[in-house]
Design a protein around this ligand. Structure first.
Ligand code: PEP
Ligand code: MG
Length: 893
């Protein structure tokens, strides 16, 4: 029989799939002997069964009864017992952390009787009624679906009546009255009484947590974070401890290192006389852990000891939630904490130095996506700034945009192409849409562990929080700075998530130190001990480990000499794709047009001869920038009409000229050519190798330019490593025909120049037929490069230029795929063709060189796939080269 309930002492940290992250870690801490309030966890499997059948599994209730009874024996009191109630929290906890996305209900077990028992036991009537009103509020919102504003407004009214804005000024009598008001709200809004029976409260709360798995914001968050939709959440039932009993009670959140920069030291927020979500909700401004050391040195020291123990045990940064009940410390949660990209690199290298992890493990602690984030620009310190506020540096980055005050406007404006900054007093999970749409988030309340901060860091989005000097008035749609200036919605501001500064207007941005390091401008050995210097050192060290461990090499897609030089600085080990089409544009357009219009062999040859020296110069630059490294040059690929004027524009021009009685001969001829070359499906038409076969001399001219450039480099003492690549091959016969011509050209160039020339001729594999007949093609081709852009287009039958805008959002919403197959390789379909072609190719030609040059070559997930299927290299845009190096290292670690 499936077991649906586990006591905390029965689990461990590796059971996250079953017990959820929170449950698994509560179990781990319990078994480490840390002070965790006793409790039990209902498994995610129970939730899955509930979601599938619309009701709890039959056995669940009896199992809960059994574990609850054991908990009651242990605690020496019963749930909701009139004179001395056991109270519990009911908290969600899925395998992957989804901060604030699902539900929690605290203080279950309180009712009209037991609230008095609690007051008597605690000797504190105020806190008993405070706990009761919180229960009704959370239960009302979560279980009974009542709009939280009804409760918030009643609380505000109670405070106004008392002439205060601080909830601590409400006394026992005020709170008792508030409880009555809340119960009235429940009757009015939900049409039922607030349930008085403790077990009914608990069962309904568990069900609400199960249901909250499919709350719209949870669905959105999962989609954003690529968390599978069918995991379900576990539910933790934990005996309550109280942070709201007295001034020597409180609740807090802490990190074992700074989750923003990775600097060593303890970081956290503490709130006296408070409970549960108060800290993260930014209700009051928080104290720091050093304030706690002053207020309660014993609990502080114990907390520091536990934090050190947790770091050692988890061998990583941990974040924790704790409560102090009358001077007694309790641990309510821990997990390996979320962190910024910079912190991830720094912490990984610190942990190596501390002997907690080895280099290979350090490599697994960072990701290519994080490295990519670190390469984003930041604000230019030397530019004029007008600082209007200072907040906390919650999530790094430099964001510029127009101020908006709600999620709806953020989404609306960003859809119409505006960049926006979402400004709120504090955020809550309902703001998620707006946070996704915004460039950055600015709040006036809450610390580094507030909702805004945690969610923004998770999304890699810039966030400044707790900018206390700002008065945010979302109703009036403006904020006011400390000098009284009012800024309306739509004002452009710049926020710096690394320093916490807020500037008026658009501040220019500059390259990141990580990019400057890759460009050789910052010496990692010589850099200073500030955050940027430490980051560069950490990145350098991790990159060395990645480079030392990877099997695949990394090349760049680069068409010009400056691009190639930059790519080499970024660590590219060659060019995997030089697209030659750009060499046919710009000034050379007229030559190309003349070539296309040529109607005699001699005319065509004349135009080709003019293009030859220009192309030769292009290639010489590339060989020079990549001296000693392989350079794959692809012969012309796009359909010819791309080099001619637009058919509509030209038709209009011709018609207008004719109407004026001034027909132009040149335009007319051009229009005829454009009509001749017009195709309904140009991507499936006259392009790639087909062009080479149809336009005599075109590929031969390009090959000659390549080989002559190489010969010149050889004669100048260089080492060009030439790879000529034929695009869009579907059959070996096409390839062989082009290859024959190239071999002839090479023979001639060798004879003419006397240079000792080495070169390879290979093909792109970008059509399913090429993949399936790869053994035949490998007879003749000396290398394959997978063109996964076209291979995705032709395998799915998706037009790569149209479908993303046309219907991919529907496909993503329906879960047909989790990510666009043009972004991340479709392993089962397109990937399978890559695997087949790699195997067939290597069977026929052992040692056949295999690479990929589609966009997927720089996508972290896909890099792991290409390593798995045994490719020799990936090739991607220069800026993504470091990311691909890192991921290739991680794939092989
Ligand atoms: C490809 O198809 O994957 C490729 C690299 O070629 P292009 O993007 O130029 O079609
Ligand atoms: Mg292609």
């Amino acid at each position: 029989m499936t077991k649906f309930v586990y006591d905390f002492a029965e689990g461990n940290k590796d059971l996250k799939g079953l017990l959820g992250g929170k449950g698994a870690n509560l179990a781990e801490m319990t078994n480490m002997g840390l002070p965790v309030p006793p409790g039990f966890t209902i498994t995610a499997e129970a939730c899955q069964a509930f979601l599938a059948n619309g009701r709890e599994p039959a056995e669940l209730s009896a199992e809960v009864t059994q574990h609850l009874a054991a908990l009651e024996v242990r605690m020496g009191k019963k749930l909701g017992q009139t004179d001395d109630p056991l109270l519990v929290s009911v908290r969600s906890g899925a395998k992957f952390s989804m901060p604030g996305m699902m539900e929690t209900v605290l203080n279950i077990g309180l009712n009209d009787q037991s609230v008095r028992g609690l007051a008597a036991q605690a000797g504190n009537e105020r806190s008993a009624f405070d706990s009761y009103r919180r229960l009704i509020q959370m239960f009302g919102k979560t279980v009974l679906d009542i709009d939280g504003d009804h409760f918030e407004n009643a609380l505000d009214e109670a405070k106004t009546a008392k002439g205060t804005t601080n909830d601590l000024d409400l006394d026992a009598e005020d709170l008792r009255k508030l409880v009555e008001t809340y119960k009235q709200v429940v009757v009015e809004q939900a049409g039922r009484e607030f349930p008085q029976h403790p077990r009914e409260q608990m069962d309904l709360a568990v069900r609400a947590v199960f249901d909250s798995w499919n709350a719209p914001r949870a669905i959105l968050y999962r989609r954003q974070e690529r968390i599978p939709a069918d995991l379900g959440t576990a539910v933790n039932i934990c005996s309550m401890v109280f942070g709201n009993l007295s001034e020597d009670s409180g609740t807090g959140v802490a990190f074992t290192r700074d989750p923003a920069s990775g600097a060593k030291g303890e970081y956290g927020d503490y709130l006296q006389n408070a409970q549960g979500e108060d800290v993260v909700a930014g209700i009051r401004n928080t104290l720091s852990l050093s304030d706690l050391a002053r207020l309660d040195p014993t609990s502080h020291d114990e907390l520091m000891g536990i934090m050190a123990q947790l770091e050692e045990h988890y061998r990583d940064l941990c974040d924790i939630e704790f409560t102090i009940e009358r001077g007694k410390l309790w641990m309510l949660q821990t997990r390996v904490g979320k962190r910024t990209a910079a912190a991830a690199f720094r912490i990984a290298t610190q942990l190596i130095d501390e002997g907690l992890i080895d280099e290979h493990e350090a490599l697994q602690r960072v990701t290519g996506a994080q490295l990519a984030q670190l390469m984003f620009p930041h604000f230019d310190d030397t530019a004029a700034h007008r600082k209007i506020a200072q907040g906390m540096n919650a999530s790094p980055g430099a964001a510029v945009g127009k101020v908006v005050f709600d999620s709806y406007t953020a989404v609306k404006w960003s859809r119409s192409g505006e960049k926006v900054i979402l400004v709120r007093r504090e955020t809550n999970p309902d703001d998620l849409n707006g946070m996704i749409a915004a460039q950055g988030i600015l709040t006036s309340r809450g610390g580094k562990t507030s909702h805004a901060a945690v969610v923004a860091r998770g999304m890699g989005k810039t966030c400044v929080c707790g900018a206390e000097s700002l008065k945010v008035d979302t109703k009036a749609r403006h904020f006011t700075t400390s000098d009284g200036t009012v800024y309306e919605e739509g004002t452009v501001i710049s926020i710096d998530g690394t320093s916490g500064e807020v500037f008026l207007g658009e501040v220019p941005v500059v390259d990141s130190p990580v990019v400057r390091y890759f460009e050789g401008e910052i010496d990692p050995e010589g850099t200073g001990a500030d955050d940027a210097g430490e980051l560069v050192k950490a990145v350098h060290r991790i990159m060395r480990v990645a480079d030392g461990g990877r099997r695949m090499s990394v090349r760049a897609n680069a068409d010009t000499e400056p691009d190639a030089a930059r790519a080499r600085q970024f660590g590219a080990q060659g060019i995997g794709l030089c697209r030659t089409e750009h060499m046919f544009l710009g000034d050379r357009r007229s030559l190309v047009e003349a070539l296309i219009l040529a109607d005699t062999d001699s005319e065509r040859e004349r135009q080709l001869a003019e293009l030859l020296p220009l192309q030769r110069e292009d290639f010489k630059g590339l060989f020079e920038a990549m001296d000693g490294l392989p350079v794959t040059i692809r012969l012309l690929d796009p359909p010819l009409h791309e080099f001619l004027p637009d058919i509509t524009e030209l038709s209009v021009r011709v018609a207008v000229a004719e109407a004026r009685g001034e027909p132009r001969e040149g335009d007319l001829r051009m229009l005829q050519a454009v009509h001749k070359l017009h195709e309904q499906n140009p991507m499936l038409g006259l392009r790639g190798v087909r062009l080479g076969l149809v336009i005599p001399g075109l590929f031969a001219m390009q090959s000659r330019a390549i080989l002559e450039a190489a010969a010149e480099r050889v004669q100048a003492g260089g080492v060009p490593r030439v790879e000529i690549m034929v695009p869009l091959v579907g059959a070996v016969q096409e390839f062989e025909s082009v290859k024959d011509d190239i071999v002839k050209v090479a023979r001639d160039v060798r004879a003419e120049t006397g240079a000792h020339l080495e070169y390879l001729v290979g093909t792109m594999i970008e059509l399913p037929r090429a993949a399936l007949t790869a053994d035949q093609i490998a007879e003749s081709a000396e290398f394959f490069s997978f063109g996964t852009n076209d291979l995705t287009q032709t395998t799915w039958g998706f037009s790569r230029d149209d479908v993303e805008a046309a219907f991919f959002s529907h496909y993503l919403e329906k879960g047909i795929f989790g990510v666009s197959p043009f972004e991340s390789i479709d392993r089962e379909g397109v990937g399978e063709l890559v695997r087949i072609a790699a195997e067939k190719g290597r069977e026929r030609r052992p040692g056949l060189k295999l690479g990929v040059c589609g966009e997927h070559g720089g996508d972290p997930e896909s890099v792991h796939f290409f390593d798995e299927v045994g490719l020799d290299y990936v090739s991607c845009s220069p800026f993504r080269v470091p990311v691909a190096r890192l991921e290739a290292g991680r794939a092989n670690a």
